[in-house]
Design a protein. Sequence first.
Length: 439
Amino acid sequence: MACGSVGAAQAQSISQALAAAYDHAPDLQAALLSAKASAEGIVQAKSGMMPTLGASVSGSQNASLVGGNWQSGSSLTTGLSYSQTIFDNFRTEAQVEAARASAEVAEHQIRNAEQNVLLEVVQAYMSVLSGRELLALRQENISFFQAQVQAAQDRLDVGEGTRIDVAQAQARLAQGQAAYQASLGSLQTAEATFQRLVGVRPQGLSTSHQYSNLIPRSLDSAISEAEIGHPGILLAKAGIRAAQAGSDAAQAGFGPTASISGSVGTSWTGPSGGPQDGIRGSLGFEVRIPIYAGGAIGSAVRQANLNQIKSEVDAMSAYDQVREAVISAWTGIQSADAQISAAQAGVSSSNTVLDGVIQERDLGTRTTLDVLNAQADLTTARESLINASNSKVVATFALLSAMGRLTATDLGLPVQVKTAVPYTQAVEDVWQELRTIAE
């Protein structure tokens, strides 16, 4: 009850919990960093056709004893080198395309992680909410059973009851107390999970939300929307692109490559110098045509082709999994609606039965056991209503996740959306050797 009063003062809606978790989730931050790291693969792939420059400085000091005379000398050499691949049978272009596709895969993985985190938050949120309702129900049961124990004892004292009535009421009281402790333990676990995900303790929770309007009117519409925009499917499509580019890059290994190189440098020897001192330079080119590489090139092509086929099979599997998830969540909502209606009817009828049994017990036509059984039926009906209501909310968000719409953007959360797109765009045109990039 104390927790409830604190929650009333500081209400925490599902939207607030989702927004807090979005900013807090380490898994989401890790996915963002992974996507940024994948974007660097684009720059590394582009470097295959970029020039390579280097500078060198070397020197030495030597001394020798010849015929009783010491001789000494020193040397200093400096140089600049340049090399660049000017044609590689379009291998670099294929590797750049593969890197871009991999960066797109990583971006969709952020959206996948986002959906997983937000759905987990909803599940934890509803676990705490239903756990608190069940705990309150268990407390009511204890109070009811305590009253029944006292009533049975009073009737025994005036000679209208039996010791069996007292014993039965005491047994149900003990069961109620055990159930209360079990509910308390489950609630504490749920609260710990909530705090791990959201970063704060749960307070003032409520089932109300405005996200049901995102649910389409039919199952076919939900499936169609999922097949178009679910990050798992978009990820699979990008994976096919990456595999196709990888196959092209492997095929390029059979073709020729051409490169140019050059160098310029100076040399000095002391103390008197020599004929080799001065400035030297060179410029050359090289064309390489692979003839035999021990089977490595052919193996790479076969491997890339197999990976391409695998990527297409993975995409088919992704479609099937998304479709299954949509159908499962959709039927979960329908089932929860039916369970809620049945539980509401059960609670109403069980309340009527309990009141009638208590009156009949007081008139002597029913026993204490009948009252205890009627209370147990009412408790079961109320538990079913709590669980069905919880399942309805979770299934709603599960359907949004299966459709690919459980994202901060679709939910309108007041957060800065995590994406690696600005970073990817920033590094696309970077050719300098920079240690950091300003997004």
